[in-house]
Design a protein around this ligand. Sequence first.
Ligand code: C5P
Length: 220
Amino acid sequence: MSVWAVLAAAGSGERLGEGRPKAFAPLGGLPLLAESLERLERSEWIEGIVIAAPPGWEEPTILLAEEIGAGKVSVCVPGGSSRSRSVSLALDEVPAGASVVLVHDAARPLLPDEVIERVLAPLSAGWDGAVPVLAVTDTIKRVRGDAVVETLPRAELVVAQTPQAFVAAVLRGALAGGAEASDCASLVEAAGGRVRAVPGDPRLLKVTTRADLELVSSWR
Ligand code: C5P
């Protein structure tokens, strides 16, 4: 199994209020992006890495990869206007020989190697993809404006995280038509792919606000 990673780091991160892209918000003296990049670099599962950087930040991204010794990074592409577009642009640079692609959000810096292992395992058992999930603890309601439309059955609901792993050809096919979604698994599901849910990890919190950044920093 030849596994390549796509690191989606092209978001603007306006909600963080740093005045620079989220991937370059400081975490422990280095840009946030460095943390997940180092972990992908160290993982024995990963053969190569393609980064989707914030447009205009390709050079600092490459310099950062060099600084931390991330020699698996083959290319850094400018990201697109949406996450799906950024992943698609990066995927175009993943070699044809890669059989599996692991897609990860740079906004989730604390990437445990066990989760990489957990999402890769189902692909050897015939699944098209795998996504780490956490149980939902709050009750989830669908609303339209202020009106509650329905309350969803909580036992069936989970929160989806990254890294998500896919058979490379399946992911390429799901993204081919320019489809958009907030994660890759939903595009693979919509294309008829079989996606396995595996246990996620609370440390994979997605940094959105300053409070998230402080929390993640305290968990390092
Ligand atoms: O915006 P959100 O936090 O959901 O983004 C999830 C991940 O997708 C982040 O790591 C972000 O950098 C990435 N992203 C991207 N290109 C975009 C928007 C988001 O690579 N246009």
